[in-house]
Design a protein around this ligand. Sequence first.
Ligand code: RUQ
Ligand code: CUA
Length: 650
Amino acid sequence: MKAKSTIALAILIGVVSFVGCGKSSSTNKGDRTANALASYVAPGEKDEYYLFYSGGHSGQVFVAGIPSMRHIVTIPVFAPYPGTGYGFDEESKKMLGDFTWGDMHHPALSQTDSKYDGRWLFVNDNANNRIARIDLRDFKTHQILGPIPNSIGNHGSSFITENSEYILCATRFSVPLPKGRVADPKDYEKEFNGMVSGIKVDPQTGEMKVGWQILTPPFDWDLGSTGKGPSSGWAFWTSYNTEMAHDVLEVNSSQKDRDLCAVVNWRAAEQAVAEGKAETMDGVPIIDPAKVPGVLYFVPVGKSPHGMDVDPSGKWVVAGGKLQPATTVISFEKLKEAIAKKDFVHGGDVRGVPVLEYNDVVEGEVPVGLGPLHTQFDGKGFAYTSMFIDSNITKWKLPPWSDEEKKDLNKVVLDKVPCHFSTGHLVVAGSDTKNPYGKWLVAMNKLSAGRHINVGPVQPESSQLIDISGDKMKMIAEAYTEPEPHFAQILKVSEIQPAEVYPKAENKDPNAVWDKENTGVTRNGNQVVAKLTAIRSRFTPDRIDAQVGDDLTVHVTNIEQTRDMIHGFGVIEQNINMTMDPGETKTFHIKLTKAGVFPFYCTNFCSALHQEMQGYLVVSNTGQPLPGAVYSQPGNETQPASQPAASPGN
Ligand code: RUQ
Ligand code: CUA
């Protein structure tokens, strides 16, 4: 076993250095004119699909268009983003909490009846155990849930159920639970635990809360996928450390020929909690699968698998091989039969969780090549697997297979297209729904290896657009992103209609002001509150007076109702930067610590007089207001601080 894993590692390192030595690309450039036209979107025309990339440790979502592959916007989620003022105003600061970064992996579009319903995009944070919800009405982050209790390394998510009932997550790491308990990593097997979490999604609002959790042995759970159709109500995860090693995982977690994947009946879990079969840890109902049978099963799969993908029919569950040159295809029908017959490996349960017989549930191992990671589907019976080591996309045929094919599964491997280089994730439009759009596949490659103009040692990731509408795949175009997309979702543009302004009538912010009469600066003790409007090309008022030691709160409403008329609010040397979209109110809060005059200005180019859109924050020393200081009651223009509630200023 050890020899095998060493070989796998050698291959891996070999390929990487091969790529690194600058061997020129092997792309079949095909018919340049036809390919160019296929991805060309003329000036003024629009793309047909949205491509939502997870932004990895940038903590952001990148939105591009297909087929042009042009980056259109960035949606900040787990990290501040000055470009949209995210992480500076009170609301987004509160969502981010104490964290300034996240490691985003797998985005999931909300679904109704196993089809995208165009409402929300959920993304997970591997680093700080969080899940966020982006509303597709305005392409903004509206909720960040977490850190999730009893869950460490929220990598195995966000896998959404067929009617968006739950986001299901599994832990990549294990720790002593509840969090905060300390045990020696040498006692890993005994003291550490992993977890599968069901995050409940409100069907109307999308608001998430932790529903329940299932305790697992300290395997390192990897990728997962939810069932649909016949496998409705079930979910599946691969794992890569059934050895339960706690050190030198590179070697110690690659000892066994097979690892175990988790088969979870989430409806049974939900019911068990409703029936009071859970115990509570850190406020969450926890199911111990040894005490509640029927919730969790294990299935052996090829060594250290990675991806786990359920096909559009819900019949086939495909595990990537990573360290073996094949994908394992599990038949859900066989799996259900084996469970019904209690056909378990005799005496082979792991901590009371039954293990199914490999031969009872596996339909076949498809020899796709080296380093299979993730698989996507086109809804026409074909599967597409990303090959990290071989650096290609391999197209193969899903079962049912003929007897002849079964005898030699090489026969179901149909086509390969080289990618550049070392493909990690791939996405086929709509693959995780019951009706994929097919047509386009995007390969997300881990190494770009100098195919772009030289930008120094910092290297982008490359994405390649592949046409899968014919028998043979066609490489069409390539583009670059910042690090680092881990999976993506593709949505038809025609399926959503995002708002382009926030209608005034829908602004429920109690501090929104729309008329000059309601703007102003009020003072109450050391609390100074300013309410401003922003419109081309002025802030009203354009002077805010305060003193050192004051708590200053500023609400700015962009009273425009015109698309694209975005205003910013930056304050010099105060680390304040907000952006207000048309009809939006934003708030910041600051403790004033230094005296001086601090100009504020619009950061977002808005008109020919954008440069003139500025004002002053005047911070005088404590107890020494300027005679002309602007502290007004609403409706009052100017009023010295030392004379509260006096007559309106001139
Ligand atoms: S993992 S390259 Cu975070 Cu999705 Cu497979
Ligand atoms: Cu408002 Cu620039």
